[in-house]
Design a binder for this molecule. Structure first.
Ligand SMILES: *Cc1c(COP(=O)(O)O)cnc(C)c1O
Length: 380
């Protein structure tokens, strides 16, 4: 048996909706399915305004534009994230500043974030790693004290909550990803949530997203024709992709329940190893309703992690590590960081192991993973 690290959970419905999109001859952006997906997200997640995007990366880029980032501005984010979080800031000519994570969640450490605030700090980008919420009450309080904008990188946090509120709807902006590796996917896609009730800002976002034109207003029937009004780019996804995504979101609870069952089985099976001090499991705080995006464990050293990884691989289980910290990457070094600047991040990235987790995983499959894990970890 071979177990991949992830696998999209696609059904007949996705196919049906894609064919329907084709038959409607509306396959470009902002058609029938984009409208339905947007409404789904706004209603289900209680989002003030959602804009469907070509990727989570583009959602971060548009958020950075709307936050008015520019040269001399600093933006604090964890180093333990995907390159897109930092690129969005760099593309505005602004400076990413990397802060430490907390060892139990690998989410940004609010105390370290606060230490890194300077007169130049304009925003923060907390990343909800593994779909587990950051300490948003504390981060929002810091943001308010220091007049910082908050862009939530909720790429992994779709359908997860913090104190009953959906991730991505708490800060000024929220960024979702629907990439093939994420829980709910259309292959490549994203959404930008704008949580400020600011009509001008939303209009500006719509114009930048549609090549600098007011095509959105035109499609709503607000104006008779559309025109070039300002600078912009092209961020609206094809309606065929939004057809796939609607089917995925309609199956959201089913997908989440299936992932939760695998997560719970892993957690239960790993408890003895945690008690023996061989590893430590990820934590989900009581304030958070998780979406079970990832199940990770932490080993005491990279040598042990790499050994377990290789042994699992040889047994047909595609376990994986995750982000190589941005501050110690070649680009991070070019920016002047050294690995020892963020020791918790560095050590966490070295000890982390993710087990395969996907909605379509059968009981046979996750028992196979657990048997392999038992053979390897039990022999440590
Ligand atoms: C997946 C991911 C992104 C990028 O999303 P894409 O849709 O692949 O562009 C950004 N940030 C984090 C934390 C992610 O996990």
């Amino acid at each position: 048996m071979n177990i991949p690290s992830f696998k999209p959970y696609l059904s007949e419905k996705e196919k049906k909706y894609v064919i329907d999109a084709m038959e409607r001859s509306q396959i470009s952006g902002d058609g029938y399915y984009t409208e339905r997906v947007t409404a789904f997200i706004e209603n289900s997640f209680k989002a003030h305004k959602a804009l469907m995007m070509t990727s989570g990366t583009h959602a971060l880029e548009l958020a950075a534009i709307l936050a008015n980032l520019g040269p001399d501005d600093e933006v604090i984010m964890p180093s333990f994230t995907f390159s897109s979080t930092a690129n969005a800031v760099l593309l505005r000519g602004a400076k990413p500043v990397f802060a430490e994570v907390e060892a139990n969640t690998l989410n940004i450490d609010p105390a370290d974030l606060e230490r890194k605030i300077t007169t130049k700090t304009k925003a923060m980008i907390p990343v909800h790693y593994a779909g587990v919420a950051c300490d948003m009450d504390r981060l929002m309080a810091i943001a308010s004290n220091h007049h910082l904008q908050v862009i939530e990188d909720a790429a992994q946090g779709v359908n997860a909550k913090y104190r009953g509120r959906n991730l991505g709807t708490i800060g000024d902006f929220g960024c979702y990803s629907f990439h093939g590796t994420k829980n709910y996917t259309c292959g490549e896609g994203g959404a930008l949530l704008i949580n400020q009730k600011n009509t001008q800002l939303i209009e500006k976002a719509e114009i930048i997203r549609q090549k600098g034109t007011n095509r959105c207003q035109f499609l709503r029937g607000d104006v008779h024709n559309y025109n070039w009004l300002d600078w912009g780019s092209s961020y609206s996804p094809s309606d065929m992709l939004m057809a796939v995504l609607l089917a995925q979101l309609e199956a959201m609870q089913e997908i989440t329940e299936k992932r939760k069952a695998v997560y719970a089985a892993y957690r239960h099976a790993f408890e003895p190893y945690e008690k023996q001090g061989i590893l430590r499991m990820m934590e989900i705080s009581s304030e958070c309703d998780a979406n079970y995006h990832i199940f990770w464990v932490m080993f005491n050293s990279q040598a042990i992690r790499d050994f377990v990884l290789a042994e699992l691989k040889s047994r047909g289980v595609a376990a994986s590590f995750h982000f190589l910290p941005l501050h110690s990457s070649p680009m991070g070094r070019k920016m002047g960081y050294k690995p020892s600047d963020l020791p918790i991040t560095e050590k966490s990235a070295q000890g982390l192991l993710r087990l395969p987790l996907y909605a379509g995983m059968t009981e046979d499959e996750y028992h196979f993973v657990l048997k392999a894990a038992e053979a390897v970890i039990g022999g440590l």
